[in-house]
Design a protein around this ligand. Structure first.
Ligand code: UD1
Length: 431
């Protein structure tokens, strides 16, 4: 295990490149199972989540090659229809194997994912969708055993759950429906850019998907898919995280290349509302950010895209902790996602969490402390706070951040931060 040592207070400036999207890559890699021809995917970030997905694909029988951000996957006939708990337990997003496995093999056995630190994370909507296409679902020994001996048949499915649309649920249904007989209509579909990227990839493979990016997606089933080449969209959450770093007090202003302005609207708008400077180049692929002269507190209500992403609220909480006034963060998607707040409080932040809402009263400064990462985005919030804090912060359980930020230490160092990764012999504080 490793920990990150951050010396706070060093000025940030300069330019970094944003990596390909982790959340777009995961279902796209899984979708490679839909054809026996090779697919070539570029800008796949080298993070532990994509590595787990590639390991699972190769254990299922696919041949996987990876070279500098490019992945080539070939899934000949004979791919296994069953993944073990050991294989998938490290990554919740392995649920997105369900759609492609059902489409290709008409049956699959996948371990039921358990809860995780950001909430209960049920899969009822994924199962409802595959059942609507004619599959039978049983739970046996902690596994979902799903079978559609007569194949999948298109129909209309409403994917809305109590907390709104589901991203990976929409992805799974789209991937299951591309090879189903007839037409599938997904109502209340997730509109996230990652869903659109998956639909574009599937269409390049010969699928017939219309309407991705809107609330209704129509999929006309086809007989077979073929190989293709695809470049993954930029990671809007990594970009948002660096934008927050660039708006914090220790920043002289930074520039991020390889972004997509259209995907960043709610994140950029909030930073501007809070008094910071956000300027895109003409084609929206590069953004420069710097702290405003009079930063203001703000309010976040997380919502499905194009609303404010739940995956960015922790990072903004770190910024609000140092912004004069009272800020409010309410997470409607994962109401329990506030583990970072107790760690930020150990650094001197003034935050009260109650009933899915954090109330943050800005303080003048934070001080470095040993802190514990609890999930991917919570760890990003701790890194941001540590960069601005006085003194040294030790962030334990670094593996959380390695799930989703490619070359984070190198990128921060390039901007002038002082960060060091060292072995964590104690493994963090008490559990
Ligand atoms: C994806 C993202 C994750 C992000 C989340 C919400 C990936 C790999 N992960 O996760 O980073 O935080 O979207 O933007 O892309 N729900 C149900 N039943 C289900 C499925 C979901 O009730 O069967 C609920 C969830 O508990 C949550 C809401 O629906 O309250 C949205 O979750 P969902 O969009 O499914 O999250 P993921 O796709 O797993």
């Amino acid at each position: 295990m490793e920990k990150l040592i951050v010396e706070g207070g060093y000025r940030l400036s300069g330019t970094v490149n944003i990596s390909g999207s982790k959340n777009a890559s995961l279902p796209i890699l899984a979708a490679a199972l839909l054809t026996d021809e090779p697919v070539r995917i570029t800008r796949v970030p080298d993070v532990s989540d994509t590595n787990y997905m590639l390991q699972i694909l190769s254990q299922l029988g696919a041949s996987v090659e990876r070279y500098s951000g490019t992945v080539r996957i070939a899934s000949p006939d004979g791919i296994s229809s069953s993944a073990s708990y050991e294989q998938v337990r490290k990554m919740r997003a392995s649920i997105c194997l369900l759609g492609p496995m059902m489409a290709r093999m008409k049956r699959c056995t996948l371990p039921l994912p358990g809860g995780c630190v950001i909430g209960d994370r049920p899969v009822d909507l994924h199962l409802r969708a595959i059942q609507a296409l004619g599959a039978r679902v049983r739970v046996k020994g902690g596994n979902m055993v799903i079978e559609a001996p007569n194949g999948l048949v298109g129909t209309t499915v409403d994917m809305r759950g109590d907390s709104g649309p589901t991203v990976l649920g929409t992805d799974n249904l789209m991937m299951a429906a591309v090879l189903a007989r007839g037409t599938t209509v997904i109502e209340s579909a997730a509109r996230e850019p990652e869903v659109v990227d998956l639909a574009n990839f599937l269409n390049k493979m010969g699928a017939r998907i219309e309407g991705a990016g809107s609330r209704t997606i129509t999929i006309h089933g086809v007989e077979r898919l073929h190989g293709c080449e695809h470049t993954v969209i930029p990671d809007r959450i990594e970009a948002g995280t660096f934008m927050v770093a660039g708006c914090m007090g220790m920043s002289d202003g930074i520039t991020l290349n390889r972004v997509c302005r259209e995907h960043m609207k709610s994140i950029s708008d909030l930073l501007v509302e809070c008094g910071h400077v956000v300027e895109y180049n003409e084609d929206g692929t590069s953004v420069s950010v710097k702290p405003g002269e009079r930063p203001r507190s703000g309010k976040i209500l997380t919502n499905p895209y194009p609303g404010y992403p739940t995956d960015m609220q922790a990072q903004m909480t770190a910024l609000f902790a140092l912004t004069p006034g009272i800020s409010v963060v309410k997470d409607t998607i994962f109401p329990q996602r506030f583990m970072h707040c107790s760690e930020l409080k150990r650094m001197g932040a003034n935050i009260k969490v109650d009933n899915g809402t954090a109330i943050i009263t800005g303080v003048e400064g934070l001080s470095g402390a040993p802190v514990m990462a609890s999930d991917l985005r919570a760890s990003a919030a701790l890194v941001l706070a540590a960069l601005a804090a006085e003194g040294t912060t030790e962030i334990h359980r670094l593996y959380h951040i390695d799930r989703g930020y490619e070359l984070l230490d190198d990128k921060l160092e390039l901007l002038g931060a002082r960060v060091r990764r060292v072995p964590d012999l104690e493994g963090g504080l008490v559990e």
